[in-house]
Design a protein around this ligand. Structure first.
Ligand code: CA
Length: 708
């Protein structure tokens, strides 16, 4: 459903050529270097390498004929095994990367020597506002300075030479549930930053700041506030005129979710159209009946917005999922290309969002040009090309039917933040796909909880079944693969299975190569033309972040930040275990490879955890059941479904704290581990509730083979 702002309709009526043409330079200052990224292939200057966010490098020293000779040049041990998702920036041989808790490191790219580290000292409480671990996806670089978004919502400018702070501004209301995990983007002397938190009741927005001073220039909210009130921001008019009538009930109240629509990942500046494209996230609460009285499209959730980068003024939008209730965000990578559509070269943007359809939109107008499923999809039969709307199947509306619905893709998406790449050589998009589903049913007795997530689903409906061998069977049904997709014909060209969920981020190069990590710890190079595996190294640690490539002194390097990250190893712990049902060994490391690299990694240790003495079961069946419900209402977000954790967050079944009621109370009620991110849940739960959770966790610990 494309909307076009009045100004743009007028612009389109002008004769062709009067509009901004590709030859007219709309970038200024350092932006010209990002806009001409191919002129300096030795650098990786911005998040997606270029403003088009292709993640496609012109370097070809490492190529299909010699990649088999690639080896490790160096590695660096990071100080934590929490989630790692960063895209490193590389400028003149210096690597600027980020790690868990929004820390930044600068390395000498040739030797791996740490030049400096910056720790913004994120308070532990911020972790409890985050849906998906304390991750960070990277910094932006602008003319000798780095821009960092921190989990607790600050935007910080750092001197790239010294690692010292230049300025710092708070971009969110500290009392809100908004957190930053995404990388800022820079263009025209402005930094653009959004935030996440839709599962926590956040209201989404994107802001622009002056890169020199940190002064705020504009802010655009993605969902309306209480009718009759306004923010005094540039979004007031489109929210009043377009969005307000698509909402019902009292969505603006914190207990109803405040709308969601967070801008947590993709923000792309287009020097050709001088537009800023913004990916908007899912609705909050997930349950549309509780959120919006079961009615309305709920603009601008699950939409791509086009804004004027100088003012934030609305230009057009395209909503992918009207009235979203499947956590289907439109925040995934937006890639800009010019491709032939009906025989004419069209400036388009492409996106493979969570909902499983691959979208191609006209960049000037937001008009839908094509949309086809790239994974198994059952929530909609197709996208109506006349209206641009999905044909949503009636049974998918679980809050309306009141009946459970198993959606494909799952709420984790057929493709999430894990970057894809577009090869200018093969003209194919390489998408890290996960084909899996998830269950939805309304919470019949929903009550807002002040701490942690609020989504309005029956916590037991989404839960994985249990029993010896059951999880192993479910893990077998999850298909993860690297998909080569033709965006013009909208069809699959090849796929290469790369096991585990989530699949790793992707890099393509002019050396006919596509690189991708996986959760088994492999980094693999594929032939970009046919998906043939040409090289693989087992690093002993899961890799979900995307590799980058760069060069110095005539030598090409590939760098990746290895480590676990995101919602999957936390919430979906049972699905992220290995085939034996064991936790995957994880060492967070920065890894750099080159042809003839001879460095080696230390042997990885299998994590033995089943040897701890079992805690003593207690409580009757009713108490354990109650504990199971509460656990899946709140605790699973970090500690994992069925009390099974697959990451650095403790598996409570094997925690000595679970065997000690006083220690348990000290953690869950008194909040003694707040600095680690485990805050007090006293506002949510009574001591009796908390003991019920413990009874459930202890029962799970004693359930032989439950994680197998
Ligand atoms: Ca979400």
């Amino acid at each position: 459903m494309p909307w076009i702002g009045k100004g743009l309709v007028f612009a389109l009526l002008l004769p062709l050529g009067a509009c901004n043409s590709a030859s007219e330079d709309l970038t200024d200052g350092f932006g010209q270097r990002i806009a001409n990224a191919d002129a300096e292939p030795e650098n990786w200057l911005s998040y997606g390498r270029d403003y088009q966010e292709t993640r496609d490098s012109p370097l070809s020293q490492i190529n299909d004929s010699n990649v088999a000779e690639m080896g490790l040049a160096w590695y660096y041990e990071l100080d934590t095994n929490r989630g790692q998702e960063a895209t490193p920036i590389v400028v003149d041989g210096v690597i600027y990367s980020t790690s868990a808790w929004s820390k930044v490191q600068a390395f000498d790219g040739e030797t791996g020597k740490l030049l400096w580290q910056f720790d913004p000292e994120v308070p532990g409480e911020a972790a409890a506002k985050s849906c998906c671990d304390v991750v960070n996806r990277g910094v932006a670089y602008w003319d000798g300075r780095l821009l960092l978004g921190t989990l607790d919502g600050r935007l910080i400018a750092i001197d790239a030479k010294t690692g010292k702070e230049i300025w710092s501004v708070m971009t969110v209301d500290p009392d809100s549930r908004n957190t930053i995990t995404g990388a800022p983007r820079v263009a025209k002397g402005k930094v653009f930053i959004g935030n996440g938190g839709a599962e926590q009741g956040a209201r989404g927005f994107i802001s622009a700041y002056d890169v020199e001073t940190g002064d705020r220039l504009w802010r655009f909210y993605t969902v309306p506030r209480k009718p009759g009130t306004s923010d005094g921001e540039i979004s007031d008019v489109p929210l009043r005129d377009m969005a307000l009538k698509t909402w019902a009930g009292q969505w603006w109240k914190r207990e109803n979710g405040q709308g969601g629509g967070t801008v947590w990942d993709s923000i792309v500046y287009d020097p050709e159209t001088d537009l800023l494209f913004v990916g908007v996230g899912n609705a909050s609460l997930w349950n549309r009946k509780l959120r919006s009285a079961g009615k309305g499209d709920n603009l601008f959730v699950s939409s791509i917005l086009a804004l004027n980068p100088d003012t934030g003024k609305y230009v057009w939008h395209y909503q992918q999922v009207p009235g979203d209730e499947w956590d289907y965000t439109a925040t995934q990578q937006i890639t800009l290309v010019t491709i032939p559509i009906d025989g004419k070269a069209r400036k388009v943007l492409m996106q493979a969002p969570k909902n499983g359809f691959f979208y191609v939109l006209d960049r000037d107008t937001g008009k839908l040009l094509s949309a086809k499923p790239f994974a198994t999809v059952n929530w909609a039969s197709h996208i109506d090309m006349k209206t641009g709307r999905p044909a949503i199947v009636p049974e998918a509306r679980w809050s309306e039917t009141g009946k459970p619905f198993f959606s494909l893709p799952s709420g984790s998406g057929a493709h999430s933040w894990h970057p894809m790449a577009y090869s200018r050589k093969t003209k194919l998009v390489y998408i890290p796909v996960q084909d899996m589903g998830s269950g939805w049913a309304p919470d019949p007795d929903f009550k807002y909880m002040p701490v942690g997530a609020n989504v309005g689903i029956d916590p037991m409906a989404a839960k994985l079944p249990e029993g010896p061998g059951v999880l192993k069977e479910i893990r077998k049904t999850i298909k993860a693969y690297l998909l080569a997709w033709d965006p013009v014909a909208q069809r699959e060209v090849w796929r290469a299975p790369n096991p585990g969920t989530p699949p790793g981020g992707v890099l393509s190069t002019a050396g006919n190569l596509v690189f991708q990590g996986n959760i088994a710890g492999d980094l693999t190079a594929y032939d970009a033309r046919d998906g043939k595996r040409l090289w693989r190294i087992t690093t002993g640690t899961p890799i979900v972040a995307p590799p980058v490539t760069w060069s110095k002194g005539g030598v090409q390097y590939v760098t990746v930040v290895a480590g676990w990250g995101g919602s999957t190893p936390l919430i979906l712990g049972p699905l992220a275990l290995d085939d034996k049902g064991d936790v995957r060994p994880t060492r967070s490391r920065v890894l750099t490879f080159k042809l003839g690299g001879k460095a080696s990694l230390p042997e990885s240790q299998r994590q033995e955890r089943d040897k701890a003495p079992l805690p003593k079961p207690f409580g009757d069946e009713r108490m354990v059941k109650r504990g199971e419900w509460i656990y899946h209402r709140t605790c699973l977000v970090c500690h994992g479904m069925n009390a099974i954790s697959a990451s650095a967050v403790p598996d409570l079944r094997h925690s000595p704290v679970a065997d000690n009621p006083d220690a348990w109370k000290a953690v869950v009620i008194d909040g003694i581990l707040t600095d680690n991110g485990m805050v007090s849940f006293a506002e949510n739960y009574s001591l009796e509730d908390v003991e019920a959770i413990r009874a459930y966790v202890v029962a799970q610990a004693n359930r032989a083979g439950s994680s197998r």
